[in-house]
Each structure stands twice: as structure tokens, then as C-alpha cells.
Design a binder for this molecule. Structure first.
Ligand code: FAD
Ligand code: NAD
Length: 465
């Protein structure tokens, strides 16, 4: 039942994958919906400056690399690639244009009103959107995240760039220093390494990819090193000065010791992202973010303020587009009086490098803290499809409860690990044991057979090793 006392039943603030999905779902459920965003185009960080443009460059640079590094020659295709960076950027912009336009089409189709402008709360049911007063019975905060700044370092988007600047470089840097060996550093560092830059990655921790399984972190590091990325692990960047087109970075061992310097013509600051509540006027509704700047919600995505809900990067949990999307569907269903839920224990993570790196559920380290486990591992070198395709690197690892055999975590490094991990997530949603996966028929020859073999290895029964 819609409420005519308000302009809208639901106002969603932010049109990223959390917000636009919430808006469409709420409209599908018969509610009158508006979605406000301060950008010129819909789709938020993900479509405009995140997932999509980075994948466009990763995909194109992967082809360039395959031609340049001899991978194509190995299959009898002799080519000498020539980089046309303008065209590569053009196809990236085109992908973004098509997909952001696609959301505009979906808004029209579902009768979601798009309000262009910065939104700020007046009270819990009234919001100022770029000077226009809008009232709604329920308001969903889906304002996403922004780049975490490195104290004392100015991002000029010329020599010192963040992820948005790193997508737009007009020429290939001679030497790119990536600060932070997380997902953004490795994906965008890979793009520019493939296109000819020397890349050095400086990581504060003693290993890259925090949050990933220990074996996966170690093996990924080995593969990236083999590809030519240099790593300075256990090292923090304490300062960057720029003179002309050269940056000088000061590096210090994370556990103390003498500082050294390193020079670069491009520095990518990728040390994380933080929740975005800037200018949202949360004080007007008495809502205070937690110490990490996140808006806390209950399991249904309700905040402490009646009628105000929050989803996506702005609330606790992994900052991932698919997590935001699922929360968008759930919050809309909850507002409509249904029972929307998200299982936060089963959210896959994928790094879209070559090979891809993916995981879902617990790491071996976390699973062992909770109890006794059995682990099955299968190398991609033993998988017929990967071997035929000249993709020997990587493995699949399955962690199962030692007593119940229930699968607790699945991790993979493989060319198509991002696609493979979906079956693991689905199996885990259904409460699968490793035996369930081992006795599921997998098509041959596919990379996914490595998941079956890893499941067989949990009981020491893999065939092809
Ligand atoms: P966002 O997408 O950040 O959208 C929030 C929107 O709200 C923005 O458009 C913002 O302008 C708007 N907004 C904020 N405040 C206001 C206001 N007061 N008024 C009006 N509008 C406002 N995730 C993946 O899962 N896979 C990937 O491959 C991946 N790649 C990434 C690559 C890069 C380079 C980056 C930076 C991120 C990547 N991410 C990826 C993360 C992903 O982009 C985010 O997790 C996702 O966009 C979060 O969605 P959201 O809806 O919560 O917020
Ligand atoms: P991140 O948290 O993944 O990695 C940041 C890294 O920087 C950490 O390893 C940290 O130890 C290191 N670091 C922090 N301060 C440092 C310093 N002073 N010197 C050296 N190292 C330092 O952050 P990110 O890579 O910026 O990505 C941000 C978010 O975007 C992530 O939450 C990620 O989920 C999301 N994202 C996802 C994808 C994907 O799903 N494929 C791609 C890109 C971004």
C-alpha cells in the first residue's frame, strides 16, 4: 500500500549497485520510488570509475600482454603488438557509457524517478536534493565509499593518482609505484605492467591481499613476481614529494628501521576506501557513524533512525558490488514488508588479474581457529583444460569441517577462478559437504573439474595428481 502523504514511498540516496538495485526492486514491488545521485550518470563507483572501467582495461591489456609476452606465439600466432592507448581508453569509455545508459533505461522501464543532485537530510522523511525538497516514507542511504587518503600525500591525478586517475593515464608510465598490495593495486598495477610500465608495489603488511587465504596470498605473490611486478613487502610509504614529473617516495620498514627513497613518474595510492557520508547531513537525523565511519544497521538494514535504512559500502562488510546489490534487493523487500536477507558468510571475492584469484567462505587460518578441518588441494597443472590452454599456475583449495565434512571455504587461482567460484558459493549456500561436490558430475574438459578434484582430495582421493 503506497502512502500519498509523501512525494515518494522510497527515496534512495546513491545510484551505485546498492542504490540502483534497491530502487528498481522497490518499484517492482509496487512502491513509488526516486533515486538521487550527484553524478552525471547512474551506476555509482562501480559502473563509472570502478568495476567496469577497470575490467575493460584488464581485458584489453590481457590481450596485449598475450601478444607481447609470447603466449600467442606459443600457439602458433606470430604477432608484434602495437599499443593504441587512445583506442583502448575509448573502448573503456564506451563500456561505461553503454552500461550507465542501461541503468537509465531500467529506471525508465520501472518508473523510478532519477533526481540529479547532492542529497542532504533535513529530517528523517525530508531530504534536500540539489535545492529541491523531497519527502519519502522510507529513505535508503546507499552513498558508497571514497578513496582513503594517505596522510601528507596529495593526489594531483597527474603524477600521484588514485584509482580514478589510474584508469585515465594518457601514456604508459616508465615506473609506477603502487602503494598498497590490495585488490586495486594488483589489478591496476597489472594493467600498466602489461602495457610496458615497470611496476613496484609497496605493501605495509608482510604479504599482499589481506583477508585472502594464506596459501593463496603466497602463491599470488609468486605469480605476480614472475610476471615482473617488484614487491617491497613489510614496508610503509611515509611521504611522497613531487618535483616536475617525478615523485620521490619515502619508504620505511613497517617494524622500524632506516628510511630509503624510490623515484617514480607515476604513484598509485590504493590503501583502501572509506565509507562516504560527506555532506549527507546525518546530524540532522541524529545518526552517528561508528569509529570506522560506517553506518551501523540491524540484520534487516534498518539504522537507529525510524524509516532510514542503509546498504552497500557505507555499512560494515566487504566493499563489493555484488554485496551491495544483494543488500539492495533485501532492503527493498524489507521496506515492502517482505523478508529480504543476505548471507554475509557467503560473499565471494575475486581479483580479476591473470590468473584470477577467488575465494568464498573461511580462510584455512580462520577455519582452524574455529575447529578441526580437512583440506583438499588440486593444482591447475593437473587440470587438462588449463594444461591445454598453457595455464599451469594456480590451484583450488577446499576447506571442510573435519567432523561433518561441510564445506567452510573454497579458494582458487585459475584463469577463470572468478567464474568457478560461483559453484562453490552455491554449494555452500545449500550446506554442501566436500563429498557432495566430489560426486557432482562436472563437464570435461573444464577448469571447474579442479573444484571436483580438490573436493576429492579432502579425503585423499584426487585422480589426476
Ligand atoms: P557506490 O557505487 O560508491 O555508489 C554510491 C553513489 O552515491 C555514488 O554515485 C555517489 O556519487 C553517490 N552519492 C554519495 N553521496 C551522495 C549524496 N549525498 N547525494 C547524492 N548522491 C550521493 N567491486 C566488485 O565487486 N568487483 C570489482 O571488480 C570491483 N572493482 C572495483 C574497482 C575499482 C577501481 C574500485 C574503486 C572499486 C571496485 N569495486 C569492485 C568496489 C565497488 O565499486 C563497490 O563495492 C560498489 O560500487 C559499492 O556500491 P554502493 O552502491 O555501495 O556505492
Ligand atoms: P585494500 O584494503 O584491498 O588494500 C589496501 C592495502 O594497502 C592493504 O594491503 C594495506 O595493508 C596497504 N597499506 C595501507 N597503508 C599503507 C601504506 N602507508 N604503505 C603501504 N601499504 C599500505 O584496498 P584497495 O586495494 O584500495 O581497494 C579498496 C576496496 O575496493 C576494497 O575493499 C575492495 O574490496 C574494493 N575493490 C574490489 C575489487 C574486486 O572485487 N575485484 C577491485 C577493486 C577494488
Amino acid at each position: 500500500m503506497t502512502d500519498q502523504t509523501y512525494d515518494y514511498d522510497v527515496l534512495v540516496i546513491g545510484a551505485g549497485p546498492g542504490g540502483y538495485v534497491a530502487a528498481i526492486r522497490a518499484a517492482q514491488l509496487g512502491l513509488r520510488v526516486a533515486c538521487a545521485d550527484s553524478r552525471e550518470t547512474l551506476g555509482g563507483t562501480c559502473l563509472n570509475v570502478g568495476c567496469i572501467p577497470s575490467k575493460a582495461l584488464l581485458h584489453a591489456s590481457e590481450y596485449f600482454d598475450a601478444a607481447a609476452n609470447g603466449a600467442m606465439a606459443k600457439m602458433g600466432i606470430k604477432v608484434t603488438p602495437e599499443l593504441d592507448l587512445d583506442t583502448m581508453h575509448g573502448q573503456r569509455r564506451d563500456a561505461v557509457k553503454q552500461l550507465t545508459g542501461g541503468i537509465e533505461f531500467l529506471f525508465k522501464k520501472n518508473k523510478v524517478t532519477w533526481l540529479k543532485g547532492k542529497a542532504a537530510f533535513v529530517d528523517a522523511h525530508n531530504v534536500d536534493v540539489g535545492g529541491q525538497k523531497v519527502s519519502a516514507k522510507d529513505v535508503v542511504i546507499a552513498t558508497g565509499s571514497i578513496v582513503t587518503p594517505l596522510p601528507g600525500v596529495t593526489v594531483d591525478q597527474k603524477v600521484v593518482v588514485d584509482s580514478t586517475g589510474a584508469l585515465e593515464l594518457a601514456q604508459v608510465p616508465r615506473h609506477m609505484v603502487v602503494i598498497g598490495g590490495g585488490v586495486i593495486g594488483l589489478e591496476l598495477g597489472s594493467v600498466w605492467r602489461r602495457l610496458g610500465a615497470k611496476v613496484t608495489c609497496v605493501e605495509f603488511l608482510d604479504q599482499i591481499l589481506p583477508g585472502f587465504d594464506g596459501d593463496i596470498r603466497k602463491e599470488s605473490n609468486r605469480i605476480f613476481k614472475k610476471q615482473g611486478i617488484e614487491f617491497r613487502l613489510g614496508t610503509k610509504v611515509t611521504g611522497v614529494t613531487v618535483s616536475g614529473d617525478t615523485a620521490t617516495l619515502t619508504l620505511e620498514p613497517a617494524n622500524g628501521g632506516e628510511a630509503t627513497t624510490i623515484e617514480a613518474d607515476c604513484v598509485l595510492v590504493s590503501i583502501g576506501r572509506r565509507p562516504n557520508t560527506d555532506g549527507l547531513g546525518l546530524e540532522a537525523i541524529g545518526l552517528t557513524p561508528n569509529k570506522r565511519g560506517q553506518i551501523e544497521t540491524d540484520h534487516d538494514f534498518r539504522t537507529d533512525v525510524d524509516g532510514v535504512w542503509a546498504i552497500g559500502d557505507v555499512i560494515p562488510g566487504p566493499m563489493l558490488a555484488h554485496k551491495a546489490e544483494d543488500e539492495g534487493i533485501a532492503v527493498a523487500e524489507n521496506i515492502a514488508g517482505q523478508h529480504g536477507i543476505v548471507n554475509h558468510a557467503i560473499i565471494p571475492s575475486v581479483v580479476y588479474t591473470w590468473p584470477e584469484i577467488a575465494g568464498v567462505g573461511l580462510t584455512e587460518e580462520a577455519a582452524k581457529e574455529a575447529g578441526e578441518v580437512k583440506v583438499g588441494k588440486f593444482p591447475m597443472a593437473g587440470n587438462s583444460r588449463a594444461k591445454t590452454n598453457h595455464e599451469p599456475d594456480g590451484f583450488v583449495k577446499i576447506i571442510a569441517d573435519a567432523k561433518t565434512d561441510r564445506v567452510l571455504g573454497v579458494w582458487a587461482i585459475a584463469s577463470v577462478a572468478g567464474t568457478m567460484i560461483a559453484q562453490a558459493a552455491q554449494a555452500m549456500e545449500f550446506g554442501a559437504t566436500s563429498e557432495d561436490i566430489a560426486y557432482t558430475c562436472h563437464a570435461h574438459p573444464t577448469h571447474s573439474e579442479a573444484i571436483k578434484e580438490a573436493a576429492m582430495a579432502v579425503r585423499g582421493k584426487a585422480i589426476h595428481v
